[in-house]
Design a protein around this ligand. Structure first.
Ligand SMILES: Nc1ncnc2c1ncn2[C@@H]1O[C@H](COP(=O)(O)OP(=O)(O)O)[C@@H](O)[C@H]1O
Ligand SMILES: [Mg+2]
Length: 201
């Protein structure tokens, strides 16, 4: 499985998504996370704590991906249009994490237009940092996307401090046993299970 996580926007949970999907897929087979961010976020995080999968930058990854069953590509905050094209074309599934907040909508439309043009049948939006009810941004964006016939994961990622705590410690949330961490992990597990259905390598 070759999964790319990308969007024109930073801070939407790309790295968090890549880390947790790689954690899930590592259980199924050897998994490599390609840290495409020049800031090497995942590598730095892993040095603080520990990640269960292999991490490589794009250069190293070029030669080693063939040894892995699953490849998860994390990308930099704002890849240029040309980069986005390369990233999107090569994968089995392009995941576009999106925070439901009206301010983000313009960038989302740009990202979706690019995905729709490049890989119409291979991309899917993931709602991340979804605020808890009664806040309505999550359901509102979901129905907007549905109306626009944009593919969206059924599972979504709630806004939970557990993700920040885990990242600060350098581990995936699955390393922690408290209730919020378990909820956080369950959310990404649900996403991964959907991916297993959608992406047919
Ligand atoms: N579901 C979530 N709930 C709360 N905080 C989150 C969630 N997902 C990510 N974060 C935090 O938001 C920040 C940005 O997330 P990150 O995954 O680095 O985004 P990106 O890679 O798109 O820039 C990080 O501090 C991360 O820990
Ligand atoms: Mg990132």
């Amino acid at each position: 499985m070759f999964v790319t996580v990308a969007s024109y926007k930073g801070g939407v949970g790309k790295t968090t998504t890549a880390v947790h999907l790689a954690t899930y897929f590592q259980d199924l087979g050897p998994t490599i996370l390609i840290d495409g961010d020049p800031n090497r976020c995942v590598s730095i995080m892993a040095k603080r704590g520990g990640m269960p999968f292999t991490i490589a930058d794009e250069r190293e990854g070029l030669y080693t991906v063939r040894n892995y069953q699953h490849v998860i590509v994390d990308t930099e905050a704002r890849p240029g249009a040309a980069d986005f094209e390369d990233l999107a074309r090569g994968c089995d599934l392009l995941i576009i994490p999106t925070v439901p907040a009206s301010m983000d909508t313009d960038v989302l439309i740009l990202t979706l237009a690019a995905a729709q043009k490049l890989v119409p049948d291979k991309y899917r939006v993931l709602l991340t940092k979804v605020p808890p009810p009664p806040e309505s941004e999550g359901p509102a964006l979901r129905s907007e996307l549905k109306a626009g016939e944009v593919p969206v994961f059924k599972a979504e990622i709630p806004r939970l401090k557990a993700f920040e705590h885990a990242a600060a410690a350098g581990f995936p949330v699955s390393n922690f046993g408290d209730e919020r961490s378990r909820r956080a992990w369950e959310a990404y597990r649900a996403v991964a299970k959907e991916i297993e259905k959608y992406a047919k390598p």
